[in-house]
Design a protein around this ligand. Structure first.
Ligand code: DGL
Length: 265
């Protein structure tokens, strides 16, 4: 009964819930187990080795305590610094959020002038420009780290004048480059998409990689005959810090009660 096993996801906090939302919509029968490493967030300000070892620890926890058929690294930072590393270490398929977003951006962009925003670690890794240029040498990629965005989202401050001011200041250099497509290269950013859309204006398409990663997950499961045809899957959530904020944001994003269990790794 391999198909009855769950899809595991990890992120530093609530960001990966944007992918849970897409999975619930696209694959409602799938069981989901999610780990938000809220005690150690933000990942984006940490060294790549530290993020890699946190992510590995979480995957080991999920593999040991839950029945996993697929693991999605629902965090761009952890994907950018270590996807191949995790793929080499675990027996189940491990998907990241970077490649699906890159492909979607290339499909959308007419001008081939593509912006990418993400955490400091993601932008420093150059994983996005490398992946885009490997597919299209003519593309021009403009990247900008936006470290405060994760804190605005985690602290539920996205509807404040400060959020708009910070976004204006981070995004001004990208607007100046005349991009037509902007990759939200952090799973937290779709939670402030309204702010980003208002600041960038109508001429720029925003790419939420969560939507494309959910499609990629469906393709992997379908190819392996592992799609779960149940009516409604179970959803379990674990956090490493205080669950309250996580549960609040989770409920408002997902539209159902989110109960998160605190786990010390
Ligand atoms: N949501 C994560 C990402 O996609 C990490 C944010 C953070 O903890 O800095 O990069």
């Amino acid at each position: 009964m391999e198909e009855k096993k769950a899809i595991g996801l990890l992120d530093s906090g609530v960001g990966g819930l944007t992918l849970v939302k897409e999975l619930n919509r696209l694959l409602p029968g799938e069981d989901i187990v999610y780990f938000g490493d809220t005690a150690r967030m933000p990942y984006g300000a940490k060294e790549p080795e530290a993020v890699r070892s946190f992510a590995t620890e979480i995957i080991e926890f999920l593999a040991a305590t839950q029945d996993i058929k697929l693991l999605i690294v629902a965090c761009n930072t952890a994907t950018a610094v270590g996807l191949g590393y995790y793929q080499d270490r675990f027996p189940f398929p491990v998907l990241g959020v970077l490649e699906p977003g890159v492909q979607a951006a290339l499909d959308k962009s007419r001008s081939r002038r593509i912006g990418v925003i993400g955490t400091e670690a993601t932008i420093a890794s150059k994983a996005y420009p490398n992946a885009i240029l490997a597919r299209d040498k003519e593309a021009k990629v403009f990247a900008k780290a936006c470290p405060l965005f994760v804190l605005l989202v985690e602290n539920q401050l996205t509807d404040t004048p400060e959020a708009y001011r910070i976004a204006e200041s981070y995004l001004a250099p990208l607007k100046g480059q005349g991009i037509d497509t902007l990759i939200l290269g952090c799973t937290h950013y779709p939670l402030m998409e309204h702010v980003l859309a208002a600041v960038m204006g109508e001429g720029v398409a925003l790419v939420n990689s969560a939507q494309y990663t959910a499609l990629a997950a469906r393709d992997v499961l379908r190819a392996q005959g592992l799609l779960n045809s149940a009516q409604e899957g179970r959803r379990r959530f674990f956090v490493s810090g205080d669950p309250r904020n996580f549960e609040q944001i989770g409920k408002s994003l997902l539209g159902y009660d989110v109960k998160a269990f605190r786990v010390m790794l």
